[in-house]
Design a binder for this molecule. Structure first.
Ligand code: FAD
Length: 349
């Protein structure tokens, strides 16, 4: 099997795959897996993410996306509980409103607001308190990479040029470097660069209504006694004790712009500086980080087979929720592949 990508979707899929293979060792004698990616040419979004895992008032039974987010959050909690990974911390997220307009917005989202005292705000305000996670991409990625590397698989750093079904049994993955890999199954986890690889299925229009939305945030090294997570009138500011990062944002703009919206980020910093009892620092002390998010049709994640012969599949369109959704999407993908009995008799050629 070939997995394209090295973001959170590909890493969690590999993790889930190796877990499944370990549990069913006798059936997978000839199984081999290759991971192909080129972070150099296609920078991954997962390293440029604020990577919070929060439900923000989403509940089941309201929308398909809401149901998937709750399922994703629960699966993330299970993953943390079962594996105790590095780089993840459960924190109190204070969602606070300081004015009437925001009170109304928050009340619509959460049924009841209470009066909250957040230590970095001068006064108490209306809001809600949630249990959410802060994830350091650097620490977590190195943890999951080291777990995955306990298993043998081929890693190829190259650009995938095309993915095509060449027979009832095989898919050909063509690389810019000149090599081709013949495989029985391919899972594409290519994030915002999905468009480049869409030629495999010209007829499946559902997958063509995706788009790219760039996102930017401010980050700086900082020292404080413990992690905190505040959403103040819709703006996030949080501090991760694990890697001493203070993060503010993020902003969004449609299209694949790698340039941040610096004015908007500057306004958010000014706004938070005015409200907080903490010296956040000036704009020039921060780095601006930008990543490209892949938005699926109706903001929904894409997880399934995309060719008639069920040889090519995709996990993508994770949009603003890649860290929340990857764990449940990977499980779903493994179940789909199991339903095709694809873990027996597989070899790369
Ligand atoms: C500013 C910002 C803040 C965010 N905050 C959050 C948050 O708080 N919580 C949350 O859950 N999510 C958040 N997200 C979203 C989240 O980061 C993404 O949904 C997630 O990273 C997507 O992961 P992915 O694995 O699908 O894609 P990526 O991480 O982009 O990985 C794609 C991979 O595919 C490879 N690739 C693509 N095309 C090719 C090709 N042709 N050949 C070879 N390799 C290829 C790339 O090299 C890369 O390794 C945020 C995103 C941004 C930008």
């Amino acid at each position: 099997m070939v997995i394209i990508g090295n973001g959170i979707a590909a890493k969690t899929l590999l993790f889930e795959l190796f877990k499944t293979l370990k549990a069913s060792e006798t059936n997978c004698q000839n199984f081999s897996v290759a991971q192909i990616f080129s972070n150099q040419h296609f920078p991954n979004c997962s390293e440029k993410s604020t990577a919070t895992i929060s439900l923000n008032g989403v509940d089941v039974g309201v929308s398909t996306l809401g149901d998937l987010l709750v399922e994703g959050y629960d699966e993330f909690c299970n993953f943390v509980y079962n594996n105790q990974p590095d780089g993840i911390e459960l924190v109190d997220q204070y969602i606070i409103s300081t004015d009437g307009d925001n009170d109304q917005k928050l009340s619509r989202r959460f049924n009841q607001l209470t009066s909250l005292d957040f230590k970095l705000l001068k006064n108490s305000h209306k809001g809600v308190l949630l249990k959410s996670f802060l994830l350091s991409p650097t620490i977590f990625n190195s943890w999951i990479d080291s777990r995955n590397s306990l298993h043998s698989f081929l890693q190829i750093e190259d650009v995938v040029k095309d993915v095509k079904t060449i027979s009832a049994e095989h898919v050909l993955v063509e690389l810019f470097g000149g090599k081709s890999i013949k495989s029985k199954y391919v899972v594409i986890c290519s994030g915002a660069y999905f468009n480049i690889l869409k030629n495999f299925n010209q007829d499946n229009l559902e997958f063509f209504s995706d788009s790219v939305v760039s996102g930017s945030y401010l980050v700086r090294d900082f020292f404080y006694d413990q992690s905190f997570f505040l959403t103040l009138n819709g703006h996030n500011v949080f501090y991760r004790n694990q890697d001493n990062k203070l993060i503010i944002g993020s902003s969004s703009q449609k299209g694949n712009f790698m340039l941040p919206r610096s004015n908007e980020l500057c306004d958010i910093l000014d706004y938070l500086t005015k409200h907080l009892n903490l010296d956040l620092g000036s704009l020039d002390q921060f780095k601006m980080i930008t990543g490209l998010r892949h938005k699926g049709p109706k903001r929904l994640p894409i997880c399934g087979f995309v060719d008639e012969k069920k040889k090519i599949s995709v996990i993508s369109g994770l949009y603003k929720n890649g860290y929340t959704l990857s764990f449940s999407m990977s499980k779903k993908m493994i179940n789909l592949l199991l339903s095709q009995q694809c873990f027996s008799r597989m070899n790369l050629e």
